[in-house]
Design a binder for this molecule. Structure first.
Ligand code: GAP
Length: 538
């Protein structure tokens, strides 16, 4: 199964490169980790996705306002949004070779990790009195290891840690009946631990050193992981000629803040009534510790985001509403619904601004991972930016709450490629094709003269090509190789229709249109081709 999945990923990556969808970034200089360049077909696919999203969520609605904010914003934005303080990932380093990774990316067996974490606590809780006395030294040594971690903890960290381990505290409480001494010890340890969020870090290091070798094949270091430390993922740069801290700016890690900071502008210009939304498509940048899995986790990517502002009491209703809108989008764009799952994000995994989040996950060949997110951001952002709204209905000043559907363009591309990739087998021959929905297919149709070297066929075919290109834009001229080869090539890039001009066309003005998915061919009059395609596209 794993091999099949690896093969599928390899097939898609190689198809993307060979056919001009996606190339490695800065490839001729050996590449740059976490960056990819979109080639002619890739950029068209991406543009089609973005324009479908814009049509559905902006143009066809009466309550949505589009913006396109600057990527570089005043640093105060990122202080107010909490990103300077908290937009960080844990990073561990192999002390043998220096490789840095995010722990969750090397822990293959997440369940085993959680089990180990819980076992550790339960061990403390479940010791018999006799064992406890023998165990005293062990506990001492554990505590002495943890102690240095306590130094730099904030109230906020303490709170989130306590939330994260509250099920364990419940267990401790249920043990109260068993033995007082035992429980006192357990509580003491938990109390000590609960002073520091870094407890998770300690367990992570303990687990990694016990179970995970360094993935660097030249190293394979054992028992050599450092304790995780937090690493801010925002790219920093300087603005202007003076290189001091006042000139520090960040490349935005989410498009969302561009909408929050324009909230007042849009309200002043358009006076929208609640609920209403701001929408934006644009680049975001994250200094990911371990970019991986092709375009799944990259350092430069695009987001399609909406900040939907509403009265606080309506948040649950609109959370549900936007959940359904996202599902409708997933189906509409052509992502395989049978591979999509909703995950309720819990406790410490929630982003610093969110009260409730659902991740829409997709079964990628490299595991079930986040495709999109839907978050209830409360009034976190508007409040921190000191923004409010004069509610004319109630004649009061309120801070609207926010529901945020956040969709990655690049993750849409990869999920689409994986959903659309099919193979037909007839006898020995395998026919790979991308069954893209025609609205998003990079090429709507390809036009060919049956024979490349017959001027009369070329001339006619070129007229058809020009006619279709003026209508649809995304039309390809293809006269390379024999007709079978052309069909294979167009199938592989997901072109829904191939149009061929042959000798009969010269007398009956009919062309052959071949369907990508069924291989069926139909004769259609030249003047009916546009309607034929439009009918099928709708
Ligand atoms: N404004 C909220 C926000 O940015 P997020 O869950 O961090 O939330 C939203 O990101 C979406 O952006 C993700 O669901 C994913 O589709 C995309 N995304 C995030 N990080 C990415 C990365 N490193 N590479 C590609 N896409 C990414």
């Amino acid at each position: 199964m794993q091999e099949k999945n690896d093969n599928l990923m390899e097939t898609i990556i190689s198809l993307c490169k060979r056919r001009g969808f996606i190339y490695q970034g800065s490839e001729i200089y050996g590449g740059l980790a976490g960056t990819y360049d979109y080639g002619p077909l890739g950029v068209t696919l991406k543009n089609n996705i973005k324009s479908l999203w814009w049509k559905k969520f902006v143009e066809s609605r009466e309550d949505m306002y589009g913006v396109d904010a600057a990527i570089i914003m005043n640093s105060e934005v990122w202080k107010a949004s909490g990103h300077v303080e908290t937009f960080a990932d844990p990073l561990v380093e192999c002390s043998k070779c220096g490789l840095r990774v995010r722990p969750d990316q090397v822990i293959e067996n997440k369940e085993e990790f959680l089990e180990e974490k819980n076992k550790w606590i339960e061990d403390v809780v479940n010791k018999t009195l006799e064992e406890v006395s023998n165990w005293h030294n062990e506990i001492e040594s554990i505590l002495s290891k943890i102690k240095p971690l306590y130094d730099s903890i904030s109230e906020e960290e303490r709170k989130s840690f306590i939330e994260a381990i509250s099920p364990t505290i419940d267990k401790v409480n249920s043990m109260l009946q068993k033995s007082e001494k035992n429980i006192n010890l357990a509580k003491f340890i938990l109390d000590e631990l609960s002073k520091s969020d870094k407890y998770i870090g300690f367990i992570t290091q303990y687990y990694l050193n016990k179970f995970v070798l360094c993935p660097n094949s030249n190293c394979k270091g054992h028992d050599s992981w450092t304790i995780p430390r937090m690493f801010n993922m925002m790219f920093r740069t300087q603005i202007g000629a003076v290189e001091d801290s006042s000139a520090t700016v960040y490349l935005r890690p989410e498009t969302a803040q561009g909408m929050f900071v324009n909230f007042k502008n849009v309200v002043d210009s358009f006076h929208p009534k609640l609920p209403f939304g701001l929408a934006q498509i644009g680049k975001a940048f994250r200094n990911e510790i371990t970019p991986r899995d092709f375009i799944f986790r990259v350092r430069e990517f695009e987001q399609m985001e909406i900040e939907y502002f509403l009265r606080p009491e309506d948040w649950e209703k609109y959370f549900e509403y936007w959940k359904n809108e996202i599902l409708e989008w997933i189906e509409m764009v052509g992502i395989d619904m049978s591979k999509v799952y909703e995950l309720e994000v819990e406790g410490a995994d929630l982003a610093h601004y969110s009260k409730r989040t659902i991740d829409f996950e997709f079964d990628f060949p490299f595991g079930r991972k986040e495709l999109y997110g839907l978050a209830y951001r409360t009034d976190f952002d508007l409040k921190n930016h000191n923004l409010s709204y004069q509610d004319e209905e109630t004649n009061t000043k309120i801070i609207p709450h926010v529901i945020e559907p956040s969709l990655g363009v690049d993750r849409t591309v990869i999920a689409l490629l994986l959903s659309a990739y099919k193979e037909d087998k007839s006898g020995e021959e395998v026919r790979p094709y991308l069954a893209f929905n025609p609205t998003i297919a990079p090429v709507v149709c390809a036009v060919s003269p049956l024979l490349k070297n017959k001027p009369e066929l070329r001339e006619y075919a070129h007229l058809v090509y020009r006619m279709l290109k003026d209508e649809f834009g995304r039309v390809m001229w293809d006269d390379n190789g024999n007709i079978g080869k052309r069909y294979r090539r167009q199938d592989e890039i997901g072109t829904p229709w191939c149009i061929v001009v042959d000798f009969d066309t010269l007398t009956d003005n009919q062309v052959t249109i071949r369907d990508r998915d069924t291989g069926k061919q139909e004769r259609v009059k030249k003047e009916d081709i546009i309607d034929y395609i439009k009918d099928k596209m709708n």
